[in-house]
Design a protein around this ligand. Structure first.
Ligand SMILES: Cc1cc2nc3c(=O)[nH]c(=O)nc-3n(C[C@H](O)[C@H](O)[C@H](O)COP(=O)(O)O)c2cc1C
Length: 360
């Protein structure tokens, strides 16, 4: 029924997306539901060949599957029915649910509470039970694997790699432009919440960091920083908070493909829900993997030699922490911590902007 469709799409829309772009559009037609990739929402320098969007679409699909079961429906779907080049990402049909996926009952509890929390943690260790639960959430898909490290040196090394990648991204003209003109929203309290993009308040920055971010919004400043080989102030933004994490997680699948980025997104959503149900804060750390991928897949096109060299070094460091990256596709890296609650929750586009019913 239309009511069920609305509940399903509403649940799907709670999924995370890079820069909160929400790159999805839904079309309902009789018993079928079509998911389209809304490319104009997601064209950005860091979203090379849409891999970041596919992860978000996969997360939305997972939410929909979980919600379907709570409505006693089984969601059957085909990915890329018209091939991987098509914007049609998935087609769903629904049947009466025969057996519940045991895992989903628990994950559903996390659906409305799941969020990105960028606050610092206290490095409290994860119990074996929690670690096992996170791993099994990812590995419900037999091709996906979760690697977790709580080792202090590893966490520190990842903090270095991520903050260096974020500096490189900021100093790249296109990366800089995307961040300031598309992602970040400088809302004042009186403006009320925004329904897409990153509200500055979700970044959990100190006043001085905020000032730094404002100064760095000028392309002229960036030109100078590039000339001087500067920009290390950007590293400060994330380094400390990453180093305060209890653990770093990495989801891998065997190979590079659009299909696998979607499957990785489904696995991501499960582990994120499981983490939040277990009271763990979750923050994606995606700049290194996506930038290294862009560098490799495009042979460093549009990057300076300096940047390419640096990304190679960062890749080596990542592989030191996660040797599986040598012969698997890294899909998504994140940090887990025990932290205070996030300051605010990000918003979503209204349902009527993302869902249409077709009568024909
Ligand atoms: C593919 C992808 C990449 C992301 N990359 C980052 C990141 O590098 N750093 C970060 O702090 N958040 C990152 N996020 C989190 C999004 O900004 C966040 O999901 C979005 O703003 C919605 O907020 P919510 O997760 O609290 O619902 C990423 C999310 C996705 C799905």
């Amino acid at each position: 029924s239309n009511d069920q469709v609305e509940q399903l799409v509403e649940a799907a829309s709670l999924a995370p997306s890079g820069g909160n772009t929400q790159p999805w559009k839904w079309l309902a037609h009789s018993n079928a539901l079509f998911l389209f990739h809304d490319e104009k929402e997601s064209a950005s320098w860091i979203d090379f060949k849409h891999s970041a969007s596919y992860v978000a679409l996969g997360a939305a699909i997972e939410n929909l599957k979980i919600k379907a079961e709570s409505l006693h429906l089984s969601a059957n779907y085909t990915l890329f029915p018209n091939g991987e080049e098509s914007k049609l990402t998935a087609v769903f049909s629904f049947s009466e649910l025969q057996t519940r996926t045991e895992r989903y009952t628990n994950l559903e509890k996390g659906m409305t509470m799941r969020l990105t929390n960028r606050k610092k943690g206290d490095r409290r260790p994860l119990s074996d039970e929690v670690s096992a639960s996170l791993k099994s959430a990812v590995e419900l898909d037999e091709n996906a694997v979760l690697y977790l490290t709580q080792n202090e040196e590893d966490v520190q090394l990842i903090a270095d790699v991520v903050s260096a990648s974020e500096r490189v991204r900021f100093l790249h003209p296109q990366g800089h432009h995307d961040f300031y003109s598309r992602e970040i929203r400088w809302t004042k309290d009186k403006d009320g919440p925004v329904s897409e993009g990153l509200d500055i308040k979700t970044l959990e920055l100190s006043e001085s960091d905020k000032t730094g971010l404002i100064v760095a919004s000028s392309p002229e400043v960036i030109k100078l920083l590039n000339k001087w080989g500067g920009g290390s102030a950007f590293e400060k933004l994330s380094k400390k908070s990453i180093a305060s994490s209890s653990a770093i997680g990495l989801i891998v699948l065997p190979t590079y493909s659009s299909y696998n980025f979607i499957k990785g997104g489904e696995a991501l959503q499960r582990v994120w829900l499981d983490a939040n149900v277990n009271r763990l804060s979750f923050q994606p750390l995606t700049a290194p993997l996506f930038m290294i991928e862009r560098m490799k897949q495009s042979n460093g096109e549009g990057m300076t030699t300096l940047m390419v060299d640096e990304l190679y070094v960062l890749e080596q460091k990542l592989q030191k922490v996660f040797p599986a990256l040598k012969d698997n596709q890294g899909i998504f890296m994140f940090r887990l911590s025990y932290a205070d609650e996030a300051s605010i929750r990000s918003m979503r586009k209204p349902l009527n902007e993302i869902l249409q019913f077709s009568e024909v």
